[in-house]
Design a protein around this ligand. Sequence first.
Ligand SMILES: Nc1nc2c(c(=O)[nH]1)N[C@H]1C(S)=C(S)[C@@H](COP(=O)(O)O)O[C@H]1N2
Ligand SMILES: [Mo]
Length: 488
Amino acid sequence: MHETRSTVVSVGAAGVAGVAGSFAVAGFTPAFVGAALAAVVARVTPGVVVTAAITTLGDLGKLVNVAAALALAVVLFGALALFAVAVARALDSVVAAPVVTGFGVFAVATLVTGAPLASLGAGVAAGGTLAVSQIAGGRVTGTDEATPEPERRRVLASLAAAAAAVGPGYLLGRSRGPDPNEQTSVDDPIVRRLLDEAAGKSLDVDGLEPLVSDEFYRVDISAAAPTIDPEEWGLTVTGAVDESVELGYDELTAMESEERFATLRCVGEPLNGRKMDTALWTVVPLTDLLDRAGVDGNCCVMLRAADDYYEEFPLAALREGMLAYRMNGEPLPRKHGAPVRALIPGHWGEINVKWLTEIEVLDEPAEGYWEERGWHGTGPVNTVAKLHAVNRDDGVIEVAGHAYAGTRGVSAVEVSTDGGETWEEAALSEQLPGEDVWRQWAYEYESPGTAHEVVVRAREADGTLQPEDRTNSFPSGPTGWVSRELDG
Ligand SMILES: Nc1nc2c(c(=O)[nH]1)N[C@H]1C(S)=C(S)[C@@H](COP(=O)(O)O)O[C@H]1N2
Ligand SMILES: [Mo]
């Protein structure tokens, strides 16, 4: 079947409008067809490719993922529109093409997202765009020999209709983006005092993040964070327990809580990377809940989340774990797992499961999401001293960074300015309360006037020196001393 250019443009426009209609209603949430497809694409992409994307592209990988998903959504909806045009020709019907497009897009979007309301937006926008282009073209079935004028009109009308859907659709969807939670800060004097303490203990070094991170990194398997109404949220403890228990949000927040400083670090980050941050979390320890369920056996647990993420690790680690529902005095932001996430002291970020919904106690080990993709990120973090700030003032060089050793604690950071020949102790920020929190270090020295290599290494609380041998982040997290070549 020969397709005129105007047909291709109009079905393409319908595809674009469909995606825009979905975004208009859903915003960037899992109900948006682009986000849902991005999650599907990420999940079916082989582990080696995902790992290569993480280690080489970093956050750009996410962008590529979303771009691919958007293209896929447009092609999918466009193909549906093309099919609808063919049906309309066969039926020789005026209304068939937009109607079949609308229903088809609605049905497929609902199938992909499980969200009929946002999918309705997709269907209406796609069907509407096709209707506009058909009316403008002055024909419906497209079987006639194309004459230049209606052809042109049809192309222009299609583009205009798609633009009319994309512009307002984008604005509407974006307005749904902001996290309503993020504005409502809780005025708690204990939180205030602890945050002030952290600010006071932070070293005053240009270009060095304070002890409580200004911006907390983010790692997600899905492009769009789930949106969970706290009133609808529930956590179940299931599996090898005497009795399954369920916990609601009001019940959780009525329990006795603690304020805890804790650092998280991603196993997939480069040695001197930026995926390590600290916050003050409002938490409820998990022990009571586990006791209530009556845990049998002593093996492991699988934590499951609303984004279909799952991670398995030893029960012993979970016994030290907590449920966190506030971050720096504000309700846990959506992107960090609202309404409730797990915090497992001293362990790699990946088992700190966000949007937590289920704790299943297992009799036998199993593999989590990242372990199925080759990672070994369920254990304790590696010790690291990072070098992020270099300041120069009149022949004096100041280097600084953060050091973290999980619950083993950091007692010293040592700096070499001659490539590891000789070592000096850096100044350390005072320890914040809590045993799972990083420290800052800073060191000033007279510039040698020539190029030189600065190396940093941390010591744990018991004096253990951070291992020197370099390994990549894959599969068990990066190891080795950070070093940097500096000019004189
Ligand atoms: N449900 C869920 N939890 C998750 C993830 C995820 O993709 N989904 N990512 C994990 C990883 S790999 C890390 S490093 C931390 C990061 O937490 P943050 O995004 O709050 O910094 O969350 C972990 N918890
Ligand atoms: Mo991670």
